[in-house]
Design a protein. Sequence first.
Length: 116
Amino acid sequence: MLNKAQVIGNLGNDPKISLINNNQTKVANFTVATTERGYTSQDGIYVQGKTEWHNIVCFGKLADVISRYTKKGSRIFIEGKMRTRSYVDNNGIKRNIMEINAENVVLLDNRNMQQQ
C-alpha cells in the first residue's frame, strides 16, 4: 500500500507556528494552493482554471525551516502522507479535515534558496 502526496504550489497564508509535547516539538500549519490553468477547447469553449487548497502540517526541523524561510505566497514543494483527523468546531459540531503530514520540503523561491 502507498500513502504519498506531492504538491507544488504557493502558501495561502503565513504559517501558524505552535509547540506541542510540553513545548518540545515545533509544529507548522499552513495551506498551499495548486492551480490548474484554464484553457480553450478545440470547439472554442473556455474552460476556467481551478484552484485546490491543501492543508499542510510539518513537525520538528521541517517546521523550523518553514517558520524561518516561508511566508504567504512562497512557492514550495511538499511531499508527505495524507492524514484525516477529527475536531469539534466552535459550534460543537464534529468536523473532519484532510491534511498532508510533510516528510520532505523543498523551497522553490529564489530568495528562499539564497537564505539557506
